[in-house]
Design a protein around this ligand. Structure first.
Ligand SMILES: [Fe+2]
Length: 152
């Protein structure tokens, strides 16, 4: 048992896996090296339009009162099928995790989630908070979208 684990660990540490060994479809492995963002939000590329999370939330909220944050994946509907789908959508308040939704690849759900959020004055230094949404596509990597809101 110990020898088997050691061999597996050595294999993982000593060899680089080719993307074709890991993924069932050919992928651009550079999309998995970092968080992807829209380079120019005013003029997104086709890949960005399909993957940058879009956050719908009030631009101004009252501390202590709940409000809804809706996150959808991309300006255009992203596929949700076994070969190509969104694995999860998560919301952070700045650097703090707020929630995550894991999605099924069988086509039952659309890549859109809503969270009920309450912010305090302490969570919004200077009266501002940044909502940070992430999503991961199984063949196009990890993507981020943000929205600043005012907390009064
Ligand atoms: Fe994708």
């Amino acid at each position: 048992m110990t020898a088997g684990l050691g061999a597996a660990g050595l294999s993982l540490a000593g060899e680089a896996f080719a993307a074709t060994e890991i993924f069932p479809v050919k992928v651009d492995s550079t999309l998995f090296k970092d968080i992807n963002r829209a380079k120019n939000p005013a003029k997104e590329t086709g890949l960005e339009e399909l993957h940058v999370p879009v956050i719908k939330a009030p631009s101004k909220v009252t501390a202590g009162e709940p409000f809804m944050v809706e996150i959808s994946v991309g300006e255009k509907p992203h596929p949700m099928m076994q070969a190509h789908y969104i694995e999860f959508i998560e919301l952070n308040i700045g650097n703090e995790p707020a929630g995550v939704a894991n999605l099924n690849s069988m086509g039952y759900v659309r890549p859109k989630v809503s969270f009920s959020i309450v912010l305090t004055k302490e969570s919004a230094p200077g009266g501002k908070a940044t909502l940070v949404a992430h999503e991961r596509c199984n063949i196009h990597g990890y993507w981020e979208g943000t929205k600043d809101i005012e907390v009064v």
